[in-house]
Ligand binder design. Structure first.
Ligand SMILES: *[C@@H]1O[C@H](CO)[C@@H](O)[C@H](O)[C@H]1NC(C)=O
Ligand SMILES: *[C@@H]1O[C@H](CO)[C@@H](O)[C@H](O)[C@H]1NC(C)=O
Ligand SMILES: *[C@@H]1O[C@H](CO)[C@@H](O)[C@H](O)[C@H]1NC(C)=O
Ligand SMILES: *[C@@H]1O[C@H](CO)[C@@H](O)[C@H](O)[C@H]1NC(C)=O
Ligand SMILES: *[C@@H]1O[C@H](CO)[C@@H](O)[C@H](O)[C@H]1NC(C)=O
Ligand SMILES: *[C@@H]1O[C@H](CO)[C@@H](O)[C@H](O)[C@H]1NC(C)=O
Ligand SMILES: *[C@@H]1O[C@H](CO)[C@@H](O)[C@H](O)[C@H]1NC(C)=O
Length: 540
């Protein structure tokens, strides 16, 4: 090489570069998985050159972009139970060897959904240089549809609950090793909602699968989330009853009054409650006067409903069920559990997983039914056991970063706090571990379920970038995935994250403001300065 003329050596380099492209393309299209430790075969591979159109749709997720770096898409068919011939499909998206960051990133699903999370494979994994993996959870369906689980489709229930993700992770890592000729050096996971539940399940049941697990607002307690959701919904239903609260009333009347009573608590009247725990909202101030236009006030039944929706729900035997909604997120709540959305997803848990009775309607909920869900725990889907020691402890030294929006309209943010607190208490009572060394929870004021809302809500979480809300930077301050990588690989734990509100939740419209996400139990307080800048706030 040294004796070659400069011109010739450039030519050789160009030749090598084009051979590299050709050879990875061929390597991709001819790739097969040899001797996998689980029953998996390559169903399809496709090589996408840089900026090729990537347009893929399934009932759970879709992507349509033409600005990704080159990658190889490997589709695996995995047998999850040979006797039943049940299968799951997983996709592994592999960046070019020279752009691969050496890491594995598993991506979660949502609701009852079945389908590979192609959106995050592109917008998170490939964009950031990870070898990404996502499973279809063993079936194809929209997130709202649980009918695939019945009647008695136990293998499908197990696959969705835990089995497909675990087997896909094991097989996905083997694909990575055989494709690149060397193993990944660290494995990460990112998921929200059902994806959050999947992450906690992995931490508990298969602590070796991942080194760092990022969990957004987890649906980890379906046996309590489902009845709580139904309970909340029943407070305002049916539509034609006096207690029904229209969306406009939630926004223009209730939210406006919440802000009047509580917005200043964090030091800044900006329409966002930084710590709704501090807001003791009194809806009585909205009671209708004689002759008042009823779209500007609340009747007595509506006031009772608001109280119940915001309060912790107790069963008749005073057993704790779930945390109520927090004040501050009213603009989203009618599009969550106190609106029609709830009709689609809530009864399916009982219809197809617990009671196996398609005629079940939400008004039939009673204590016996609630107890049955808890006892059956279909597919062992729930993660309520607070013992995560195998993952968090010195045997594995894993890390969990959890996040939740205070305005979550589907799973009360109180559930994230409740789970964190139960793990904290267990860990403290039974181990020498300091939970802060391995498990941290960050709260996002004004953020709705997993993404969106009216607070600073873009920080690299699941689904955010693909919905037009990418992190402002891929560094560890603005991107929770990078924050996790730094924690796992450099031992530098995140104290805060900086989130961005893009105008109209669309990055093409520019930055509206930035805010810190504080580590629970801290909240952010305005200390003065430019309120659009995260630096004007303190976590205290
Ligand atoms: C493989 O994937 C390509 C597109 O990525 C598709 O056109 C083709 O039908 C697939 N083949 C099989 C056997 O699924
Ligand atoms: C892909 O598109 C970007 C932005 O337009 C461009 O800078 C880059 O050179 C393109 N890459 C290839 C390989 O075409
Ligand atoms: C596999 O499926 C068969 C037939 O449905 C069932 O009897 C068996 O319990 C299943 N095994 C596991 C491990 O799920
Ligand atoms: C409903 O079906 C599921 C799945 O087969 C089963 O686990 C559960 O026990 C059944 N429920 C009742 C009430 O029999
Ligand atoms: C009540 O207020 C609503 C919204 O402000 C308005 O559309 C409606 O016309 C009013 N009704 C009466 C009877 O004034
Ligand atoms: C509770 O609901 C179930 C399902 O609708 C019903 O079979 C049962 O009789 C109810 N139990 C009580 C105590 O009301
Ligand atoms: C963001 O805004 C642009 C126009 O500024 C529009 O084309 C695009 O569809 C919007 N994206 C989303 C996710 O709404």
């Amino acid at each position: 090489m040294l004796s070659l003329s400069p011109l010739l050596s450039v030519g050789v380099l160009l030749l090598q570069a084009s051979q590299l492209v050709l050879s990875t393309q061929t390597h991709c299209s001819t790739f097969t998985l040899r001797n996998p430790s689980v029953n998996a075969v390559v169903a399809n591979t496709t090589f996408f050159k840089a900026n090729d159109t990537v347009a893929i749709t399934n009932p759970f997720s879709s992507i349509d972009v033409s600005d990704l770096p080159a990658f190889c898409r490997v589709v695996l068919a995995i047998t999850t139970n040979a006797t039943a011939k049940s299968t799951a499909h997983a996709e592994i998206w592999l960046p070019e060897p020279q752009t691969w960051n050496g890491r594995f990133l598993g991506l979660g699903n949502g609701g009852f959904g079945g389908g590979v999370n192609v959106a995050d494979l592109g917008f998170v994994a490939i964009t950031q240089g990870f070898a990404g993996m996502s499973t279809d959870t063993g079936h194809l369906s929209s997130p709202l549809d649980g009918s695939w689980a019945g009647p008695h489709n136990d293998n499908a229930i197990n696959d969705w609950s835990w089995r497909a993700l675990h087997l896909s992770t094991v097989a996905g890592k083997e694909v990575v090793q055989q494709y690149y000729g060397k193993p990944h050096h660290k494995a990460y996971y990112l998921g929200c909602s059902t994806g959050g539940r999947q992450g906690l399940k992995e931490a508990q049941r298969f602590p070796e699968d991942f080194d760092g697990i990022i969990v957004g607002s987890p649906a980890n307690w379906m046996a309590h989330l489902s009845p709580w959701g139904i309970h909340v919904n029943l407070q305002v239903m049916p539509f034609d009853s006096p207690r029904f609260i229209p969306a406009d009333t939630w926004t223009n009347v209730i939210h406006a009054e919440v802000l009047k009573q509580c917005d200043a608590i964090d030091g800044l009247e900006d329409g966002i409650l930084n710590d709704p725990r501090k807001c003791s909202f009194r809806p009585e101030t909205l009671t209708c006067r004689p002759g008042q236009n009823t779209s500007t006030c609340l009747n007595v039944e509506q006031i009772t409903a608001v109280h119940k929706i915001f309060s912790t729900y107790f069963e008749t035997n005073q057993k704790f069920i779930f945390n109520g909604y927090y004040p501050g997120g009213e603009v989203g709540y009618p599009f969550g559990l106190v609106g029609t959305f709830a009709f689609q997803i809530l009864p399916d848990y009982y219809r197809f997983f617990v009671l196996n009775d398609t005629s079940f309607t939400i008004d039939q909920l009673n204590d016996t039914v609630i107890q049955l869900g808890e006892t059956i725990n279909p597919g062992t889907m729930d993660v309520v056991d607070p013992d995560l020691t195998a993952f968090l402890g010195p045997a594995h030294n894993g890390k969990i970063l959890q996040y939740v929006g205070w305005a979550d309209q589907l799973i009360s943010s109180g559930n994230s706090i409740h789970f964190y607190e139960t793990v904290h208490a267990f860990t403290q009572a039974n181990t020498q571990l300091d939970i802060d060394d391995s498990y941290r929870l960050f709260t996002a004021p004004g953020m709705q379920h997993c993404l969106g809302g009216f607070g600073a809500n873009a920080f690299g979480g699941t689904g955010q970038a693909s919905m037009g809300m990418p992190p402002a930077s891929l560094d560890a301050e603005h991107n929770i995935v990078a924050a996790m990588v730094r924690w796992v690989e450099e031992g530098h734990a995140p104290e805060t994250l900086t989130a961005t509100y893009w105008n109209h939740n669309n990055f093409t419209e520019g930055v509206g403001f930035t805010r810190p996400l504080c580590k629970y139990p801290q909240m952010s307080m305005f200390k003065g300065g430019n309120p659009n800048d995260a630096g004007a706030f303190l976590c205290v």
